[in-house]
Design a protein around this ligand. Sequence first.
Ligand SMILES: C[S@@+](CC[C@H](N)C(=O)[O-])C[C@H]1O[C@@H](n2cnc3c(N)ncnc32)[C@H](O)[C@@H]1O
Length: 290
Amino acid sequence: MEVSSINRFLPWWSKIAGKMILNRLPVSYSVWQRLGLFRHGAMDQAAYALGVFDLHMARTGLQDALAGKTILELGPGDSVACAIIASAHGARATLVDVGHFAANAPSTYLPLISLLKAKGLNAPDISHCETMDDVLAVCGAEYLTHGLNSLATIKSESIDLIYSQAVLEHVRCHEFLAIQRECARVLTLEGVCSHQVDLRDHLGGGLNNLRFSRRLWESKFFVQSGFYTNRIHFQDMASLFNQAGFAVDVIEMRSWNVLPIRGRQLAPEFRDKSEKVLNVSGFHVLLKRR
Ligand SMILES: C[S@@+](CC[C@H](N)C(=O)[O-])C[C@H]1O[C@@H](n2cnc3c(N)ncnc32)[C@H](O)[C@@H]1O
């Protein structure tokens, strides 16, 4: 059985303990990635990256109008696939993450190139590329890895579309509003953001993350253990989007049939939240500047 399969049967508390220990071993990110224990998503898989890109383009209605546009992907994780896909559509991409997690070897991107060609798109020629920087240069793209500080370097009103997949729930709580304000600043007046957000905990897909006090959960030790989510629920996130200057259009809302945690198991700061609020397990929003 693969490690990731075993992982599915482990209780939530053992994942916290395990990740706290494993994350502090002197093992490189690429090794954890191969074992499936610590991964920043699945963007190094061509079909997944293309599926995510197509989903956001379809939801914004921009799939046939990308030529000449500038696209920003927030939190690309394990690859710079967005740069290649955008280029195949005649667009340019800026990718912003909080670290350099993307696969460096240009060969990683060859299955994606084949997939794009099979779809009849004008995939960029990366055959002569020796590094990821070469790939980015061919695509006219940039990969910025300092989160909020990177966003601050982007010119105002220079981005037509911002998208993120399973990212906003990972943005540190104290930075969330600032990140949204930067997104509003860099977006053109007619621009749009498309965000797919997963509110389930990253300990097995429940709400066991709500058992912990804010002080403990936001402590450096917890944040650096590989299971951090900011625990901002839908209503508060919508209010923060508004505060940043966005009008919010909710195009998909997902919820649990039965709340996966009992009230008395919640940390005191979550006990006053209604079941309706806690029951939202994920959503997709489109944001436009007001
Ligand atoms: C669960 S991974 C998802 C990766 C990718 N979008 C996917 O679907 O495979 C979350 C990503 O969000 C990034 N992230 C977290 N906080 C961020 C921030 N403030 N700005 C940009 N990216 C951030 C993480 O580094 C990570 O790459």
